[in-house]
Design a protein around this ligand. Sequence first.
Ligand code: APR
Length: 258
Amino acid sequence: MQDLYRRAARDIAGARHIVALTGAGISVESGIPPFRGPGGIWEKLDPMEYAHIDAFMRDPARVWRALIADMKAVLDRARPNDAHKGLVRLEQMGKLKTIITQNVDGLHQAAGSSDVIEFHGNFAWQRCLACGQRVATAELDMAEMPPRCACGGIFRPECVFFGEMIAPVNLSRSQNAAAQCDLMLVVGTSAMVQPAALMPAIARQAGATVIEINFEPTPLTGQVAHYSLLGKAGETFNAILAELAAESEAGPHAEDIR
Ligand code: APR
């Protein structure tokens, strides 16, 4: 694995325009369960029954009780982990330009990342179905399910449910970012949901190096990704950054010194 950390460090050192695509796996070490794989939310709940816009409109109280209320409790406690901070470090080095995230937890922004495309919206805001009034999720009165606006309308999170469109501006910005990067880091996604999972293929098609960091293999592994570092995102970022630091200390032509 050390060779892969070193290879990733070298690729990052040589890159000028890195874009990251992140998924739920990058936030697991912050205490937020993933959707698929070990401990995944969809192992217990059917996403079409709880995360589809039609299911929400049919019975908002049921979706609020079974899914959204728990999400709020978990997200309220979550803080950025070493993987989120590793991406901030790459931005500070002038390497990472944009993060395309499928997550709605706001942890990239909380860690200090400055250009984050929230491909599936975010959970920080709620919108009234009746009058369109927006309120911060943190300010919601959770005594009544589903939470209601002063006008009596029901609130919905500003996340993108299954069955809804990706905001066109987020889709086009993500496609452009993927097409312009020279290296894409794909972190913590099962690559099962389109069109987000297309971004690594767009990057590869445009000639970028695609590096996958994930706990387990995905449809990208050995296909779209040039190579994959299988393991926890936090530990992997720490190892890569340590190799990057060692490289820069050793100077540009370490092998010539021997
Ligand atoms: N470090 C790295 N990867 C991890 C870790 C970890 N600590 N823990 C889990 N993973 C991996 C899992 O093995 C899995 O492959 O992260 C991936 C998470 O996949 P999903 O749970 O499917 O999350 P994601 O790919 O973001 O899902 C896409 O599906 O339900 C919708 O809207 C939801 O945005 C979500 C979309």
